[in-house]
Design a protein around this ligand. Structure first.
Ligand code: GDP
Length: 297
């Protein structure tokens, strides 16, 4: 389960305070050293950790805690509020275009869960908004990706526009958008190619697709299991494509969770959804406050 290590360490740290009737400044400083280590060990970005610790320490050393009759609860409340804040405070919903279709471009490295997340999103839109999405299969480098999308399309009864692997992805997207206009689909989900790492060729292709499709959303799909790398990937994609949000996948695994806590602060872009399983219903809107509660147990 995600965050297990972090949760345990934080709970242990706070339990030391619980026994105390009065908390001193030295107690707070000692505790914050432990919280700092716990965050770094959970793969939270170094700068994010540093700022977080400074903010919490300053608030906790303020009179509200030191004079309190329930200092442990006060500290936990501050940690909870600041964790929520670094994750963006509020849930951020999907952007919607003024007129149909809303175009969503799914981007990410290979294996992050892009195609699966496109499927989850289509299911979500159908359930929540009675939407009629169309997929465009623009990952022409991996025939298996197109087949995977078609299988998902069949399961969900969502049409897939594809031209196999022999055509240029930019042309495929152009033609797919025409098809969506003809069929009056309200959402278009473009499944783009991924690579094992960020490279110029991939980014150029994604930029070209962005330029012709004018997506209302560019959702970066990142694998939470990759730790610090997930945050670097988010930075890289954001610099090149100015993404609008993130889907953080595989939070059902034993990820240490650092990406969930770092991505918003590092990129300024919200995590909009989290993936919590391989099935198509395993997608949740990301709520920073609920995530903070989950971490603090
Ligand atoms: P893509 O290369 O980015 O399109 O990645 P895929 O969508 O093919 O996903 C790669 C693997 O990750 C597949 O085996 C998926 O079933 C799995 N996967 C995707 N999202 C999740 C998730 O949230 N949790 C788990 N446990 N597995 C996931």
């Amino acid at each position: 389960m995600a965050f297990e290590g972090l949760s345990e360490r934080l709970q242990k740290t706070f339990s030391k305070l619980r026994g105390k009737g009065k908390v001193t400044e030295a107690d707070v400083r000692e505790m914050m050293r432990e919280v700092r280590l716990a965050l770094l060990e959970a793969d939270v970005n170094f700068d994010v950790t540093k700022t977080f610790i400074k903010t919490v320490r300053e608030r906790a050393i303020g009179s509200e805690v030191l004079d309190s009759l329930t200092p442990a609860q006060q500290v936990i409340k501050i940690v909870n509020e600041e964790l929520t804040k670094i994750m963006g405070s509020q849930a951020v919903l999907l952007n919607k275009a003024d007129k149909i279709p809303t175009i969503v471009m799914m981007v990410g490295l290979q294996g992050a869960g892009k195609t699966t997340s496109a499927g989850k999103l289509a299911r979500y839109l159908k359930e929540e908004q009675k939407a009629r999405p169309l997929f465009i299969a623009a990952d022409v480098y991996r025939p298996a990706a197109i087949e995977q999308l078609k299988t998902i399309g069949q399961q969900l009864d969502v049409p897939v526009y594809d031209e196999g692997t022999q055509h240029n992805p930019v042309d495929i997207v152009q033609n797919g958008l025409q098809k969506a206009a003809d069929d009056k689909n309200d959402y278009v989900l473009i499944d783009t190619a991924g690579r094992l790492e960020i490279d110029d060729q991939l980014m150029d292709e994604l930029s070209q697709i962005k330029a012709i499709a004018h997506p209302k959303e560019i959702l970066l799909v990142v694998d939470s299991m990759t730790g610090q790398a997930a945050t670097h990937v988010a930075e890289g994609f954001n610099e090149r494509l100015d993404i609008t949000g993130v889907i953080l996948t595989k939070l059902d695994g034993d990820t240490r969770g650092g990406a969930a806590l770092s991505i918003r602060s590092v990129t300024g872009k919200p995590i909009k959804f989290i993936g919590s399983g391989e099935k198509l219903d395993a997608l949740e809107v990301f709520h920073p406050d609920r995530m903070a509660n989950r971490i603090l147990g």
